[in-house]
Design a protein around this ligand. Structure first.
Ligand SMILES: CC(=O)SCCNC(=O)CCNC(=O)[C@H](O)C(C)(C)COP(=O)(O)OP(=O)(O)OC[C@H]1O[C@@H](n2cnc3c(N)ncnc32)[C@H](O)[C@@H]1OP(=O)(O)O
Ligand SMILES: O=C(O)CCC(=O)C(=O)O
Length: 384
């Protein structure tokens, strides 16, 4: 493993819950926080205190669990949100401020000078309140890059520990992410946290490039939940950091299937069968060449080892199967099939798959075998 460490700040309980239509109960929030902490997630963003007393109570309850993970709360960079964050028991507050001219002009009707002055004022105030401060740069990807660097330097001068680069609309691609994060890393000594959205399906890729460029922290959500197309999925990001970059996150990946199921059920957002890492079908193989290769040696077709996740390969029969797969399935049923018989049964399996769109059951396989071997018997001839 590479000695460098990347810290996961999981925002399932904040941005994840911002998914339209999702609202966790207090119990669900507590059990998700517990599950994330058990897996070793070092930081989590747990809510938005300014939403009101109920939200604050849940945040306090999570803080009261005494989990080993550090807790962050989200607020706008203003008096009201900072006041609401006080007394919630969080270790860090993320004070968000729009940094693109588009948001400044068309959303908050303010100037770049207002941004710099607010950072100076509210970062100090947050520190005085006893919390570590992260400056959340909303719409950072559409901000002027030189101005964004000024923002980072102002945050550093004011005493912030970290800056969050939010690709709020998921508009970046990996190369531009690299350039933007590299500029911030070279121009400041702050921790840099990447917050990616998945509107072009690039959230995980952009997060990885941010790490390559110097980001020390990354935001993730379980199953990639989050606004619109969601955020970078924790299971993808962590597995990729470990396996592709050799970077440790301290997270036990075998917890992902359970956490994924928990969040899918609490959010009412089922996980697609082909969802990387946690999807039900991502270690299932049907294609003849793949199954034959796996049977010879898993190294042939195994990119991610399912055992790491407490899962295993599953081989199924279907339209794209080959004879080796058929012979193996029958040998598991205690029947030694010749290659010729396997070829005959395969024809039946293909017809079955197109009709039913599912693998055959054991009973159906035995029936196919009985039918094909019967039809293969030499018919009694005139003299037979
Ligand atoms: C990109 C993101 O994910 S940011 C996180 C977004 N998350 C959420 O919005 C979920 C929780 N939100 C809420 O509960 C509410 O929106 C609240 C409590 C924050 C605010 O509620 P309301 O006061 O009713 O305002 P409303 O949501 O309608 O409008 C947002 C207001 O915040 C202002 N605002 C937005 N960002 C900021 C900011 N960083 N700093 C200061 N003000 C801001 C807007 O300009 C607008 O105020 P205005 O009417 O003075 O123009
Ligand atoms: O400003 C921030 O903290 C980031 C907010 C956010 O979720 C986003 O911009 O996508």
């Amino acid at each position: 493993m590479n000695a460098r460490k990347v810290t996961i700040n999981d925002t399932t309980l904040r941005d994840g819950e911002q998914t339209a239509g999702v609202a966790f109960t207090a119990e669900e929030k507590l059990s998700i926080a517990h599950a994330l902490a058990r897996a070793g997630v070092p930081e989590m963003e747990v809510g938005i205190p300014v939403m009101g007393a109920e939200e604050q109570e849940v945040i306090r309850a999570i803080a009261g669990l005494g989990l080993p993970s550090r807790l962050m709360v989200w607020g706008r960079m203003c008096e009201q949100d900072l006041a609401a964050a006080e007394g919630c028991g969080a270790d860090l507050v993320n004070l968000s401020i729009p940094v693109s001219d588009i948001h400044l002009r068309h959303k908050v009707h303010r100037t770049r000078e207002w941004v710099l002055a607010s950072i100076d004022r509210f970062v100090k105030q947050g520190l005085d309140n006893g919390m570590e401060v992260c400056v959340g740069c909303e719409d950072a990807s559409r901000a002027d890059a030189d101005f964004l660097l000024q923002v980072a330097q102002a945050a550093q001068r004011a005493g912030a520990r970290r800056i969050r680069f939010a690709d709020t609309l998921g508009l970046l691609e990996p190369m531009s992410t690299f350039e933007r994060i590299r500029k911030l890393a070279e121009g400041s000594d702050l921790e840099i946290e990447m917050h990616a959205h998945n509107d072009f399906g690039l959230a995980t890729a952009n997060t990885l490039m941010a790490v390559q460029a110097g980001a020390s922290h990354v935001n993730t959500t379980v199953n990639g939940l989050g606004e619109r197309a969601g955020n970078a999925a924790i299971e993808e990001t962590v597995m990729a950091l470990h396996q592709l970059y050799g970077l440790d996150t301290g997270i036990a990946v075998d917890h992902f299937p359970e956490i994924s199921g928990l969040v899918a059920s609490a959010s009412g957002r089922p996980v697609a069968a082909n969802k990387s890492i946690v999807g039900e079908a991502v270690f299932t193989h049907e294609a003849g060449i793949h199954v034959d290769g796996l049977l010879k040696n898993v190294i042939n077709y195994q990119g991610v080892d399912p055992k790491e996740l407490g899962r295993e390969h599953r081989l199924v029969l279907g339209k794209h199967s080959g004879t080796h797969a058929v012979m193996r399935s029958f040998s598991l049923l205690g029947i030694d099939l010749s290659e010729v018989d396997a070829g005959r049964v395969l024809k039946r399996i293909r017809i079955h798959a197109s009709r039913t769109k599912r693998p055959p059951s054991e009973t159906e396989l035995k029936l196919f075998y009985a039918e094909t071997s019967l039809s293969a018997q030499p018919r009694p001839g005139l003299f037979g």
